[in-house]
Design a protein around this ligand. Structure first.
Ligand code: FAD
Length: 195
């Protein structure tokens, strides 16, 4: 399932289309964060928070829910509200998590209930247990230490050896930076190796 969401890991927040799969979460926002998470996972557990309604402020949604009281829509339960806010499959997944709460009529909501429903979709905490296989990576961290190369990309330790692209310990965000780096370093190394 694909949804627009914001994923936050520590101080990094990435927004865009994410994919929710049987194995876990994916998509460009997840790629952007995975380099930090993969490093941290070696030392400690990692948690991300997902905001499934990044274009709506928490206060506005809580306000909307509290204003339902006394209206026709107060008959709606939390699950019905979620089906209006989110793709049905995702609302169903939330319902499986806490069906008792989601069956409560919004007309009976306290402010804490409204905050709870909004928190479910705007502050969804997910434990990351690992990153996908290396073969699924678009770019990987690590590589030859850049301090061991000249500006012409020649090894300072092995004269005549030129190293480019992902073989160097350089990785960029999604957006063409990695291809650009591969082309640029390929050009520099090639010109200097041939010259
Ligand atoms: C699915 C996917 C999507 C991507 N999308 C983007 C994107 O949108 N934007 C972006 O900036 N980056 C993207 N990337 C990353 C980008 O493609 C890489 O960062 C870039 O290609 C790295 O260039 P490179 O020259 O270092 O290595 P590579 O492009 O991997 O080139 C290495 C070459 O060496 C060859 N080789 C390996 N071993 C040997 C050997 N022993 N002898 C001879 N040849 C060998 C390989 O066959 C390969 O042709 C994507 C990567 C993937 C996998």
């Amino acid at each position: 399932m694909r949804v627009i969401a914001a994923v936050t890991y520590r101080e990094n927040r990435e927004e865009g289309e994410i994919q929710l799969t049987k194995k876990g979460i994916s998509g460009i926002p997840v790629f952007q964060l995975s380099r930090y998470i993969a490093e941290d996972l070696r030392l400690r557990p990692a948690f991300v928070t997902i905001d499934f309604l990044p274009n709506y402020e928490e206060e506005a949604l809580i306000g909307y829910l509290t204003e339902l009281k006394g209206t026709k829509r107060a008959e709606q339960d939390g699950y019905e509200v979620l089906t209006g806010w989110l793709p049905k499959k995702l609302a169903e997944a939330f319902s499986r998590q806490d069906s008792t709460f989601l069956r409560k009529k919004t007309g009976d909501y306290s402010e804490a209930d409204a905050g709870k429903l909004v928190g479910m979709v705007k502050d969804f905490r997910l434990r990351i247990t690992g990153t996908d296989d290396l073969r699924a990576a678009q770019t990987i961290t690590g590589g030859a230490d850049t301090t061991e190369f000249s500006a012409q990309l020649e090894s300072l330790l092995v004269p005549g050896l030129y190293v480019t692209g992902e073989l160097l310990d350089v990785d960029g965000r999604c957006g063409g930076y990695n291809l650009h780096f591969a082309f640029a370093t390929g050009y520099i190394a090639g010109m200097n190796a041939a010259g």
